[in-house]
Write a protein that binds this ligand. Structure first.
Ligand SMILES: [Mn+2]
Length: 407
């Protein structure tokens, strides 16, 4: 079975008041292409469909119209769970219309999918926190943990919980729940987990709403039962494989850059090729950057005006950082906005202490160290000696050329 894992669409989310619906539509168009081209059998959306529990009608329309196209009228089942941004009741309100369309909507850890034979797939078993799907004679068991707020998690466990169990940590409760549900995993089925929560050690960005400050709702990376072949998570907006476990635990990340803390890496989705009893084959697919966020560091007000003029046709969101020793005039701000549309923020920088500090910090590290860190960050493995040498030789060449030019 070929599964596509995505999450954190945040339909309806703005950037400093600017709508991103057009880009969100572009993403959905690209997703549709990938589903077709890669002959996907099942789509998983691991929560945060919308940015708010009360999404704008345009965002809902986008969601429904593309889901209908993605599932091809029920041929490609799509499993959707609620994230911490979604209103679970509202997300699943369309369920009576959804199953025939191949859409399975689950709001809370207690949500139960509707058992039945649909035109192109069947749900042969389902209960609180799990379901078993059959499609083209392949079977898949998914343990489903839509955003488990502390309250929802306790409700899920309350029947069996004594006082001692009440006192257990959030992470331990998730572990217990998964352990309990894992008896539904079968030898002859594909076994996966779909969830929306924060796993300790995961790398965040500025655009997630922290699940709880202080981190007490962080889940340890070792809570997942070993029989789970793939764990499709939502919440963190940076795509990543979770460290600290041997299992295939992934955050697919958001499809768009939702803050300027997300501009240094590509957004992606994962495609998981998987058979019962075998190791999942996971491939990362990079998405297009429909409208990048850029930070323009300007050395003066004149420089900022010049950059706005030179790049007026560039289709990007811009944060302007302008070094200046005086306040910007309204007329200057107006002129910048006239020259370049989609300036989301203009920040005057009156002194550059902070920047110097950062440069000092990096100065202490060698290029080799910086490269290794960067490479590991991107790939989760260390670069080979050959790669390091190649990188350093390219850098050295560049520096030599620079010197020639300067001299
Ligand atoms: Mn999110």
């Amino acid at each position: 079975m070929k599964i596509l894992h995505t999450s954190d669409w945040h339909l309806g989310k703005n950037l400093e008041g600017y709508s991103r619906l057009e880009e969100q539509g572009q993403f959905l168009e690209e997703l549709l292409e990938i589903v077709d081209r890669e002959k996907i059998d099942l789509v998983i959306i691991s929560g945060d469909i919308y940015d708010s529990g009360n999404p704008p009608a345009k965002a809902e329309k986008l969601f429904y119209s593309y889901l209908k196209r993605i599932t091809k009228g029920g041929k490609i089942p799509t499993l959707v769970i609620a994230g911490n941004h979604d209103n679970p009741e509202r997300l699943v309100a369309a369920s009576p219309l959804a199953y025939e369309q191949g859409i399975i909507l689950l709001g809370t850890p207690k949500s139960k999918a509707l058992i039945g034979d649909y035109d192109y797939y069947s749900i042969i078993d389902a209960g609180e926190g799990y379901l078993e799907i059959e499609k083209n004679k392949e079977r898949l068991v998914a343990l489903t943990i839509p955003y488990p707020s502390e309250k929802r998690l306790n409700e899920m466990l309350s029947e069996s919980m004594d006082e001692e169990e009440q006192q257990k940590s959030y992470s331990q409760k998730i572990a217990d729940l998964l352990e309990k549900l894992s008896i539904k995993f079968r030898e002859d089925s594909i076994n996966i987990i779909v969830g929306h929560f924060f796993v300790a050690g995961g790398e965040g960005t500025d655009s997630e709403r922290p699940i709880q400050l202080g981190g007490s709702l962080a889940v340890e990376a070792d809570v997942f039962p070993k029989k789970a072949q793939y764990i499709a998570l939502g919440h963190l907006h940076r795509p990543q494989k979770v460290k600290g476990t041997q299992l295939e635990v992934y955050y697919s990340g958001s499809p768009l850059q939702y803050s300027k803390s997300e501009i240094s890496y590509a957004k992606s989705i994962y495609i998981v090729d998987i058979l019962p009893g075998q190791k999942a084959n996971v491939t990362e697919f990079y998405l297009k950057n429909y409208k990048p966020i850029e930070v323009w560091k300007c050395s003066s007000i004149e420089d900022a005006l010049k950059k706005c003029e030179e790049n007026s046709e560039k289709n990007v969101w811009v944060y302007l950082e302008i070094k200046t020793d005086r306040v910007l005039l309204q007329s200057e701000i107006k002129e910048m906005r006239r020259l370049k549309k989609d300036i989301v923020e203009i920040v005057p920088i009156f002194n550059d202490e902070e920047e110097e500090e950062e440069i000092e910090d990096n100065k202490e590290k060698s290029l080799e160290e910086l490269f290794k860190e960067f490479y590991y960050h991107q790939k989760q493995v260390n670069p080979t000696e050959e790669m390091i040498e190649l990188f350093l030789s390219i850098i050295n060449e560049g520096e030599e050329k620079d010197e020639t030019r300067n001299s």
